[in-house]
Design a protein around this ligand. Structure first.
Ligand code: ZN
Length: 395
């Protein structure tokens, strides 16, 4: 294990209670005041507890929150780009006192964890929107979510008493940071590149992953299966695409496919860096940063994320970004490449808009093999009556 990359901040947090400790916490929870979590905060709670958000041990207090918003660092200086917070309404917060324990409930009313409320504080949503999302427009899903939230944030350490279950298909692929690290160690991977995605895999993604894999010991394909906006491709479809792709086109002993149960914020560059730091906690030494990483609409420049990574010292990040320009199949090259490797005009490049992909699928036509592997195209075809994003699918 000693050869693996250190977790962010140096120590892998683990606050999942088990055995007697859990029983005691659950028994005590009956007497505590209670707060209901939503899909996002429930997922944050679990990721905090398993150490995916190390060094965070709970929902952020004011000092961490302010410094992250304004300086992309935690209060002790460690790089961190997204606020991880728990909001309640002002009315709800009046009932809660600093220093007390609060039971956290899932949507069915079951206790899933305990928060030691260290501080409650007001926050400026406009300030957060502009700093994190670079806009305060409600049509940005991250900003929309922010505006729906309560006006008071609750900071404090958490402990998890009950794991949430993903749909069974995903549950088999769910691995905690300690588990992916153990697998990497067992496979003697010293360099591991992480790939985050919320889209079905096309040839361009496969190309990028394989370019990285040429240089690395292993590849962690880590699709996000938490809450995304409604018109993203459902996680189940994406997972099936990955399964067939890995089975047919990857050396399975050099690839680990696992799901990341996090929620998308669509915060562009800040979220791309956050995704990298989180994958470092899972044991990755390198992370693929593509075009418009974690972006949406036209809110971020296609390669703004690269600038943010470059803003920090590599030693400070710990994980090394691998920057990939947009890839495409070029008919002249007879191969997938990018502007870095293909000298030809774009009319030789096979690129399909989301609308065109939808049309082809609805007509029962196969997607061009230069664009999508037939096994993947078949799955997308089966799902073709779903709603497609109108933006380009070849992100
Ligand atoms: Zn070319």
């Amino acid at each position: 294990m000693s050869e693996l990359i250190k977790p962010h901040g140096g120590r892998l947090v683990h606050t999942v209670l088990a055995g007697e400790e859990r029983d005691a916490a659950e028994a005590r929870a009956g007497e505590l005041k209670k707060i209901a979590l939503n899909a996002r905060t429930l997922s944050d709670l679990e990721l905090l507890a398993v150490g995916a958000f190390s060094p965070l041990e709970g929902f952020m207090g004011k000092e961490d929150y302010e410094r992250v918003i304004h300086e992309t660092r935690l209060r002790y200086g460690v790089v961190w780009t997204l606020p991880i917070t728990l909001a309640v309404s002002s009315d709800e917060s009046k009932e809660l006192s600093e220093g007390e324990e609060i039971a956290l409930l899932d949507s069915s009313g079951e206790v899933v964890g305990v928060l030691l409320l260290e501080e409650k504080f007001h926050y400026d949503k406009k300030e957060e929107a502009w700093n994190v999302y670079k806009t305060d427009e409600d049509k940005h899903p991250g900003v929309w979510y922010l505006h729906q939230r309560g006006d008071t944030l609750l900071g404090g350490k958490i402990r998890l008493t009950r794991r949430s279950l993903l749909p069974s298909r995903f549950e088999n692929y769910k691995l905690d940071p300690a588990e992916t690290r153990a697998i990497f160690a067992q496979r003697s991977w010293r360099t591991v590149v992480g790939f985050q995605t919320r889209n079905p895999i096309h040839r361009s993604h496969e190309y990028i992953q394989k370019c990285a894999l040429e240089l690395m010991d292993g590849l962690l394909i880590h699709p996000l299966v938490g809450k995304t906006k409604l018109d993203d491709i459902p996680s189940e479809i994406r997972l099936r695409c990955y399964e067939v792709l890995v089975e047919h086109y990857f050396p399975t002993q050099r690839v680990l496919l696992s799901v990341f149960p996090g929620a998308m914020r669509y915060a562009g560059p800040r979220e791309a860096l956050f995704h990298a730091i989180v994958r470092k906690n899972y044991g990755c030494t390198h992370f693929i940063v593509g075009r418009d990483a974690a972006g949406i609409g036209g809110y971020y420049g296609p390669y703004d994320a690269w600038d943010l990574f470059n803003h920090f010292d590599r030693d400070e990040l710990g994980i090394t970004p691998l920057f990939f320009a947009e890839a495409f199949y070029c008919q002249k090259c007879g191969a997938v490449g990018s502007a870095k490797t293909c000298p030809h005009d774009s009319r030789h490049h096979v690129a399909l808009s989301g609308t065109r992909v939808r049309e082809l699928l609805q007509l029962g036509n196969a997607l061009p093999p230069e664009f999508t592997r037939p096994e993947v195209g078949e799955i997308l075809g089966e799902w073709s009556r779903g709603e497609w994003d109108d933006g380009p699918v070849r992100e």
